[in-house]
Design a protein around this ligand. Structure first.
Ligand code: SAH
Length: 215
């Protein structure tokens, strides 16, 4: 990494702390992972700006603060089996995989799915299993999950995902439309009951059904 990026990375970590990220494990992982590896071409110079950036297929790599915040709120440990919906660049997946036992991640855009798979291989992250498909249905063969993270905004929380959570499990997801406000919500399962807490206002690309084979 060039020295300019190193300075910016240190500044980013300071910003995350100032924004309320207190989990040392999360901060350490963000400072270990080269975010520029998940971004194409000239945009790499902006890898340590605290901003979402465009990736292939009209999608975005999430803002570092949002990645850190959602990860912190998910309260993962190294015994957790985690499902992520929206692999995208694979950056959030790598963060999760370093904190959990096994990560299952689903992407509906084939070009993104392929690039992310290559990165996970390159990093030798053998605890990540990928799927090309519609994550709104979850992953029936692999359920139940201790944790679920959705990284695209849905108008509502899909029921099928809720019932793939273990009892006591936690799910984090942005809820809202593209035109109006979106908020990250945290859902906790208690038997057949779910408590929902509304957290931070955010802006995510939409959670959509179906799959897309080309870019
Ligand atoms: N965590 C990613 C976020 C990428 S943006 C990152 O930081 O790079 C959200 C991603 O969710 C997009 O790649 C989009 O294609 C994907 N997505 C949207 N709806 C989906 C669905 N139903 N199933 C799987 N992936 C979905």
């Amino acid at each position: 990494m060039n020295s300019n990026l190193t300075v910016k990375k240190n500044q980013l970590i300071d910003q995350l702390k100032a924004q309320g990220i207190t989990d040392e494990k999360v901060l350490n992982i963000i400072s270990e992972i080269p975010r520029e590896d998940f971004i194409a071409g000239y945009l790499r110079q902006q890898a340590y700006e605290n901003a979402a950036l465009p990736i292939e297929s009209g999608q975005t790599i999430s803002q570092p603060f949002v990645v850190a915040y959602m990860t912190q709120e998910l309260q993962i440990d190294d015994k957790c089996k985690v499902l992520e919906i929206g692999t995208g660049s694979g950056y959030q997946s790598v963060v999760l995989s370093k904190l959990c036992k096994r990560l299952f991640t689903i992407e509906r855009h084939m070009p993104l799915y392929k690039v992310a798979e290559e990165i996970f291989k390159k990093y030798r992250l053998f605890n990540i299993t990928t799927l090309f498909g519609n994550g709104m249905k979850g992953w029936k063969e692999q359920q139940p999950f201790d944790r679920i993270m959705v990284t695209a905004a849905g108008a509502e929380i899909p029921d099928e995902l809720l019932y793939q959570l273990k009892d006591g499990g936690i799910m984090i997801m942005p809820v809202g439309s593209q035109e109006e406000a979106q908020h990250i919500v945290r859902v906790t399962r208690h038997g057949d009951d779910f408590t929902v807490k509304t957290l931070l206002p955010v802006k995510f690309v939409p959670l959509l059904s179906g799959i897309v084979h080309s870019s």
